[in-house]
Design a protein around this ligand. Structure first.
Ligand code: HEC
Length: 394
């Protein structure tokens, strides 16, 4: 490395450190969320997600005190095979285990020179024995939280265990219809998609028409209209909630998808029109003029020229509008509420009703991130372009 390269490296260092720092701030909690959502409830309640790979309770004690003679898998003494459910079943409670350990075998202390476990250790060892025998399996990671959150299970164990045991919590049928349980994230996912797709397509479609008109149609007052449109962007959404919901009440639109679509369309349009007009306005004038000379109508010019060329702008608008509507809680809460719960509503509901239900909360949060993440990775390059489009022309 020559001197200028070294200089360059050190000049860039603060920038790189800052980027790495920002990345960690974002990624570490996200990983914590993901890991937590995959852990069994008992484990979440015992210790933090970074302890996921630490020993399970009882494992250590067992290996210290019993593994010498019985082996780590409990099989070393065939006449006292601790991986045999029948042998382990003789000691349903740790008290019985302790009492047995205190008895002598052929005149020798059971554990030889090793000390007897205390009550807590005995309880943990009993858990480990049950695990070895397969009576009580406690995997480190499980998908149960996701299943429970999808079907809206609110019992004390988990959905699969309950259904296997033939117990049916309220609202649970133990068949495929549970995915549409109104309390579950499965149903909420469907509702979110129903809300988001039209609320993304409609404003952009109208904005494309309007943007073309503002850019290439000569009509009276278009600058004035455009100025009003730009001005409309400063109106905060919150201010319109009450008047619009009163209007919706008269029209019977409260609690309907149509109401939310209209609302999001209205609020998505000013900025979309603004961006589309600026984008279409930068296309070469000659292009359109020669098209008109060749006898193309405005509709043809829009369809064959403007729209294909504006694809980058449309794509980035679509991505941002999609994310905005998908993550929106306020509008969904006011206009849909519990009648057609969307994912954000369902999660906010869980926070209040479940308190410390971390297993369901984390799984639900991840479920709601799933589609945006897929979209992000699929259209990654449009994100950058979209931000640039906003920066250069906005
Ligand atoms: C010094 C060796 C040794 C150690 C240490 C030891 N065991 Fe044993 N264990 C034995 C022997 C030997 C037997 C009797 C086998 C037989 O039935 O002939 C036995 C039997 C058992 C049985 C079966 C008893 C029955 O009535 O069926 C259980 C359960 C058991 N041990 C649990 C434990 C546990 C739990 C620990 C650790 C806290 C432990 N042992 C530590 C040697 C040991």
């Amino acid at each position: 490395m020559n001197k200028s390269k070294i200089n360059h490296f050190f000049n860039r260092l603060p920038l790189h450190l800052a980027v790495i720092g920002l990345m960690l701030i974002w990624v570490v909690p996200a990983i914590g969320l993901l890991v937590t959502s995959l852990r069994p409830v008992q484990a979440i309640n015992t210790n933090g997600w970074w302890m996921t790979l630490a020993a399970l309770p009882g494992e250590e004690e067992y290996n210290q005190l019993c593994a010498d003679c019985h082996g780590t898998d409990g099989k070393d003494l065939p006449e006292a095979d601790l991986s045999d459910p029948e042998v382990v079943g003789l000691f349903p409670r740790s008290i019985q285990l302790l009492a047995m350990l205190g008895q002598e075998i052929d005149g020798q202390p059971h554990m030889g020179t090793l000390p007897l476990p205390d009550a807590q250790q005995a309880a943990d060892i009993a858990t480990q024995m049950k695990r070895l025998a397969g009576i009580e399996s406690q995997p480190r990671l499980t998908l149960n939280n996701y299943i429970d959150s999808m079907v809206g299970y609110r019992g004390t164990k988990n959905y699969l265990a309950d259904c296997e045991a033939g117990v049916q919590a309220s609202g649970i049928n133990c068949n495929i219809s549970d995915l549409l349980n109104p309390r579950g994230m499965g149903r909420a996912f469907v509702n979110s998609v129903i809300v988001t797709v039209p609320a993304t397509i409609l404003p952009i479609l109208f904005a494309a028409f309007a943007g073309y008109a503002f850019a290439w149609l000569d009509f009276k007052g278009r600058y004035f209209l455009f100025a009003i449109l730009v001005g409309l962007q400063v109106i905060p959404l919150q201010m319109t909630l009450v008047p619009i919901s009163r209007m919706y009440a008269e029209l019977g639109l409260n609690g309907s998808f149509l109401g939310v679509w209209l609302f999001h369309t209205g609020f998505g349009m000013p900025y979309s029109i603004y961006l589309m007009r600026n984008f279409l306005g930068t296309l070469p004038r000659d292009l359109f003029e020669s098209a008109y000379l060749d006898g193309a109508s405005h509709w043809t010019a829009f369809r064959m020229l403007a729209l294909p060329l504006a694809m980058p702008a449309v794509a980035s608008l679509a991505i941002f509008q999609f994310l905005w509507v998908w993550n929106d809680l306020l509008v969904a809460l006011v206009f849909l509420g519990g009648t057609k719960p969307v994912m954000t509503y369902q999660i906010s509901n869980m926070v209040s009703s479940l308190g410390a239900g971390w297993h369901l909360l984390t799984a639900s949060a991840f479920l709601s991130m799933l589609l945006p993440m897929v979209i992000f990775f699929a259209f990654q390059r449009y994100f950058v372009r979209g931000m640039l489009a906003g920066a250069v022309k906005g």
